[in-house]
Ligand binder design. Structure first.
Ligand code: SF4
Length: 377
């Protein structure tokens, strides 16, 4: 199974917390779309032995592309790759781009999954983060989208300064009222060099409160699990049959091709990343060159990556897989390093898999790093 991720590096305005790669100028949109098609063509041999099961438009804000542009890119995928019969095709979209007409138009396209960047239903939260949409648009677009798409995910952010637990609960309940089958939720993190980091430093915005974020994470988990959602990855909750196929493939270490500026790729042994600059990306593709840097992962890197992603999911880290793919020494090391966390009831072993307990879930990235091996120089 393989997936193609396509990065659309444009946004209407910069959200204060964001450190993804995007430009707020749409001047190079046409050239960029052509360059994406060119990259898809140049890299077609990378997937010649497998079929594409998922196509994911991420960003940035992919809903800034017109349907004609999206269709052009999808056609380029079909022209150059073997695509399975019913691929999952996801579009990340922002509420301000999802008018009723646009949603209807999208529902007639091959796109069959929407991932909508709601983040909050409260005006104050949206303003604090500098989102381009307002609370009304968030609700309007969901009420139309749920009539035209079965497979919808929405994003919510918790741990927003000034947002009480009661407001957070209202956000979750509002999302549930729309009946969406998938919710992704992330803590607001303060990335260096973002506007949010600078506002917090200047005292214009209160700092994030880790304890409150922790409480809100547990509120989310309790509420969604009680509503029939499976907490299948640290930040992702889905009803049975609606887990993101695209993201599940990443977490299970499957291959994916990252197309577009700043996109990452993985083929099981090597990781690649494209240049994070729209002009350089376009120029390279116009000259038939791939603006990509590739690194070959050591066995230790591959083990570390598997532990990191495995621990975040309900599938956990398979001791059998570690033994088969990395050797008995890695398995023994993993069991030894896990003991302290098992004693603290943060990890448990069940059916030859290591998983985080409910108590360990919020701490799982930190725990994973304690299970890592260090590359020998
Ligand atoms: S819309 Fe998404 S990618 Fe664009 S600035 Fe906001 S968070 Fe970042």
């Amino acid at each position: 199974m393989s997936g193609i991720y396509i990065h659309i590096p444009f946004c209407k305005q910069a959200c204060y917390y964001c450190d993804f790669h995007f430009s707020t100028s749409l001047k190079k949109k046409d050239e960029l779309v052509n360059a994406l098609a060119q990259e898809l063509k140049l890299r077609k041999d990378e997937f010649k032995n497998s079929s594409v099961e998922t196509i994911y438009f991420g960003g940035g804000t992919p809903s800034l592309l017109t349907n004609v542009e999206l269709q052009f890119i999808i056609d380029s995928v079909y022209k150059n790759y073997k695509v399975s019969a019913n691929p999952e095709i996801t579009l990340e979209a922002n509420p301000d781009d999802l008018s009723k007409e646009r949603i209807i138009e999208l529902s007639k396209s091959p796109i069959n999954r929407l991932s909508i960047g709601i983040q909050s239903f409260f005006e104050a939260d949206l303003k604090l983060m500098n989102r381009a949409h307002n609370a009304n648009e968030a609700k309007e677009c969901l009420s139309v989208a749920t009539r035209h798409f079965d497979n919808i995910s929405l994003d919510l952010i918790y741990g927003i300064p000034g947002a009480s637990n009661a407001q957070w609960l209202e956000n979750i309940e509002t999302a549930l009222r729309f009946g969406v089958p998938h919710i992704s939720s992330y803590a607001l993190t303060v990335e260096p060099k973002t506007a949010l980091a600078s506002f917090i430093k200047k005292g214009i915005i209160d700092d994030v409160d880790d304890e409150q974020a922790h409480e809100q994470f547990h509120m989310l988990k309790a509420k969604l699990e009680a509503s029939g959602f499976v907490h299948y990855e640290l930040s992702n909750f889905g009803k049975e049959g609606f887990f993101s196929k695209n993201n599940s493939a990443y977490w299970q270490g499957k291959s994916y091709l990252g197309i577009g500026p700043s996109a990452h790729s993985f083929n099981g042994r090597q990781r690649g990343w494209n240049v994070s600059n729209n002009s350089k990306y376009i120029k390279a593709l116009q000259q038939q060159q791939l603006p990509i840097e590739v690194e070959t992962l050591t066995q230790t890197d591959q083990y570390n990556e598997y532990v990191m992603t495995g621990l975040r999911t309900i599938w956990g880290v398979s001791l059998l897989k570690v033994e088969n793919e990395f050797g008995i020494d890695y398995k023994d090391y993993l069991i030894e390093q896990s003991k302290i966390f098992i004693n603290q009831q943060l990890l448990y072993i069940d059916d030859k898999h290591i998983r985080v307990t409910k108590k360990g879930q919020f701490l799982c990235d930190g725990i994973a790093s304690e299970l890592f091996k260090i590359n020998k120089a």
